[in-house]
Ligand binder design. Sequence first.
Ligand SMILES: Nc1nc2c(ncn2[C@@H]2O[C@H](COP(=O)(O)OP(=O)(O)OP(=O)(O)O)[C@@H](O)[C@H]2O)c(=O)[nH]1
Length: 299
Amino acid sequence: MNFSLLAQHNHLISIVFGVVSIAFSLSFGLGDLKAWADISWLDVVGEGGIAVLTLVWVFFLLVSRPPGRVTRLLTLGLSCYMFSALLDMFDEFVHYADASAWLSMIESIPALMGMVVMTWGLYLWHQEQLILNTQLQRREVSLREHDQVDFITKLYRADYMRGQIANLLKSPETANFSIVMLDMDDFDLFNRLYGVSEGDRLLREISELILMNLRQSDLACRYAGDRFILLLLDTDLELANEIAEQIRAAVKHLAFKTKSKGNAVYHTLTFAADIAQSGDKVDSIIGRVNRQLDLCKEG
Ligand SMILES: Nc1nc2c(ncn2[C@@H]2O[C@H](COP(=O)(O)OP(=O)(O)OP(=O)(O)O)[C@@H](O)[C@H]2O)c(=O)[nH]1
């Protein structure tokens, strides 16, 4: 088993142990120890087993997942659940005076809250998995960061692209790349004719086509609205134009069937490309391609 991820969760591990300590301190601090003969060992085994197994779940979660929102929510949810299970088990060893009886009355509330938090975490996990499934079929430049993925197209957002370009520009050896920007033509009209949800579907299909036409080392992101940006490693301007032209041809031949009318609608793209130059910054190269694209659209 690989424990390397565990070291990245120190904060969450402290919270889990904090929860165990609080449950222990509350129960044994507020309650009075029962006589040995009064302890129901069957309940201890049943309720203790739930608490221990919850801890085992937390362990597997933390050794399997990188830090992030999903991991945080699932760990916090499980910890709340475990808190209830621990209170439930510990009260087999103590009985509470009237003033402390509230503790056993509220003991199931953290479990409920934990289930709500876990449900939210599972929903986000599901979303994340959909994104992963789509993107695993394609290759990308670098590690995945799911919170930077555009909800509609499942492509990375512009900020992710900016980060990747910034990394490449840091060293002269890697700063040999091209940037392509693609913009859908008359998308506003398409939205007005067929509706925004059909517009979203078209954006998704065009994103798929873009990905299908890229190489393993390329990265495609949604720049804004109906504009996409590509990062093509080790690619000169001629090849960048060729790849962009292939994407444009693929989109041009896409017979997009609208849901309402069922007719095939064809679509075109306009693009501009440029290569990284010495002294370039993220904004300078993106700004250059953006301006070129605006000029192409005006022309
Ligand atoms: N369906 C959908 N529409 C979007 C989304 N984001 C932006 N848009 C729409 O995209 C349209 C972009 O309009 P314009 O910038 O005028 O682009 P265009 O109509 O393609 O015009 P040209 O680029 O000049 O060909 C606007 O109507 C936006 O509302 C989105 O996520 N989904």
